[in-house]
Design a protein around this ligand. Structure first.
Ligand code: CTP
Ligand code: MG
Length: 228
């Protein structure tokens, strides 16, 4: 089934706080974005890989995708929020693709097998994401008073990761229906909450971290150093 990979890479990395956005930091010889793109290219013969990034970074990305011999990478302008970046990439997807796989630039450690499993699961239901079961005890908190309202039932909770795979037309339709509300959503699966589409959960990988804090970056540096 023809599938395009969409890679939101237009974030500023405020929580990490480095001068250069985290996805462009060079770790063990290449930018984090390139680690991510190489894994995607290894996992599946995508129709195309579309990266949404700030135009001021496009030359830098092109230089590195050429160096890494990543064939069909296309660049589009990123948006002010993650979902806006994904929308821009989605709007430029080839008409040949029936499915889209969205994967964060900041998740360089997803395995090719995980990407393949998620693609396969989405073929059956129209949508699948990888996620890991919550292992902590989770509290709902009154943010004003910082007191506990209740303890959630952990056994029903999963933490969403990417990749997330959907039928292209279904995701486009939800972008149209949600309008401005789409800007607030932080993953693709949220677009389908309450719509009746069964989004399948594929067991994610603990290693598939989203580099968010400096601790995450240190962890990635260790792994990348060993893989190099
Ligand atoms: N992203 C994007 N466009 C935005 C915001 C985020 O394409 N306007 C991308 C990021 O580049 C990242 C992914 O979405 O690959 C997940 O977002 P997150 O981890 O929140 O990254 P940042 O937004 O860059 O980090 P922070 O929230 O700490 O600023
Ligand atoms: Mg963010």
């Amino acid at each position: 089934m023809r599938t395009s990979a969409l890679v939101p890479a237009a974030g500023k990395g405020a929580r990490l706080g480095s001068k250069i956005p985290k996805q462009f930091l060079v770790v063990s010889g290449k930018p984090i974005l390139i680690w991510t793109l190489e894994t995607l290219a290894k996992a599946y013969p995508f129709q195309e890989i579309i990266v949404a990034a700030d135009p001021s970074r496009h030359t830098f990305i092109q230089k590195w995708t050429r160096k890494a011999r990543l064939g069909s990478v296309r660049l589009v302008r990123g948006g002010a929020t993650r979902s806006e970046s994904v929308r821009r990439a989605l709007e430029s997807v080839s008409p040949k693709s029936q499915y889209v796989l969205v994967h964060d630039a900041a998740r360089p450690l997803a395995s090719p097998a995980l990407i393949q499993k998620t693609l396969l699961a989405a073929r059956k239901t129209g949508g699948a994401i990888c996620a890991i079961p919550e292992s902590s005890t989770v509290k709902r908190v009154n943010l004003k008073t910082k007191t506990i309202l209740k303890t959630e039932d952990r056994s029903q909770l999963y933490l969403a990761q990417t990749p997330q795979v959907f039928k292209k037309e279904k995701l486009l339709e939800r972008y149209r229906q949600l309008g401005a509300k789409a800007a607030l959503l932080t993953d693709e699966a949220s677009f389908f909450d309450g719509t009746g589409l069964s989004v399948k959960i594929v067991e994610g990988e603990p290693m598939n971290i989203k580099i968010t804090t400096s601790e995450d970056l240190e962890r990635f540096k260790l792994v990348a150093g060993k893989r190099k």
